[in-house]
Design a binder for this molecule. Sequence first.
Ligand SMILES: [Zn+2]
Ligand SMILES: [Zn+2]
Length: 460
Amino acid sequence: MSSILENIATALTAVADVPVEASIFPRLSDDDLVLVQAKLAELRRLVDARSAAAAAHIAHRSRRELGYGGLAQRRGHRTADALIQSVTRSTRQDARALMRVGAVLRESQVEADSPQLWFGNIGEAVARGDLSLAAADAIRTGLGMPGDRVGTESLREATRVLVTSAQTLDADVLFTKARALRDQLDAAGIADREAERRARRYLRLAPLADGMVRLTVLLDPESAALVTDAVDLVTSPRRGGPRFVARAEKSRAEELLADERTTDQITLDALVGMVKIAGDADAGTVFGNRRPGVRVLVSARALERPSGHGRIEGRSDPVSIETVERYACDAGIVPIAFDDDGACLNVGREQRLFTARQRMALGARDGGCLWPECRRPPSWCEAHHIDHWHRDHGETNVADGVLLCRHHHMLLHDNHWQIVRRGAEYLLVPPDSIDASRTPIPLPSKSSALGDLLVEQRVG
Ligand SMILES: [Zn+2]
Ligand SMILES: [Zn+2]
């Protein structure tokens, strides 16, 4: 056995002798417990440095020009990172980080005398166990490569400063600091780096087998500022944002804290809401002639009963009849007739429950989602028809509609709540499962404008 392996075997035995039993830790003082953590981190840095060094050599023996004769390739892997991932049983990302830092280490030694070498400080600190792999990676990527405007000399000086501050900073802060240093050294390059970051932005939709779609997004800083601000506004009480003084804001915050959805679910619902609002507001600029929307296909019989299911156009999974009704409620239907062979006979006129003008009237009257405690404005709302709309085909009256936000409209249909009208008053009737007596809850208007008007009329 080589001496490297002998040393590692000894170290393994020594580390395995450090107890992990729960009974040991309560006996440690606070100072000792923290010291144990710090010393283990030091141990890990030393181990990682050696692991990175080995990774660099595996990469070197697997380099492209060796073709199928390379080390990784001979062992059935396409690349060195695949071999390293398999041997270390870690993620591909971890394997690549090992290789990156390993390359820094290797070059620091092989090219130690080269005037071009600027990251020697990083390599030495890693080898000593002073710098974690994450910190080394942060400094290296944060500083970037030498270029026309920033020579190796100033980068070398920057690494010296950063390696020293690494004793007290975590890798994230270190990266920010390295970036700031580079910006200082190379003010003229700020625009280039901004463009480089912007070029990396993307949004990808990946359909999954179960009908869900995974969205992966990388936002450039400018786009991130807008999107983050919007998401923060929607969820800030959840994220420990500012405490609100104004009464309306305070109750909005309380409502959000009590919301049974997770913060991530609220964020997604808000983004979907934004797309919907944009679709309603857009005058052919972003979306061209068509507006984004969801088309639901259902048989007349299923809708009439109502039972069975419908389907969302372009998606393979069925949706419940409650969801179909909710769409019919808000967006109306277009009847399409087929004969028994499946040939299309004719397409009827669109039957919308509420015209655009009626929607405006609903907005002025309700002032937003009528659901108790909900504060969504009219622009976030869908129109709900309080009677089962498909049962009578008469004129649709504004009095038969109320505004509900998407979330509460969904809740109402899915859990079989009901809204009834008594004169000018609307009442929410809970399902049996929530309130056996089904006591109606009043749904007063949230429209301040309507309040003003009523006061005026009373006074006048
Ligand atoms: Zn509805
Ligand atoms: Zn609502």
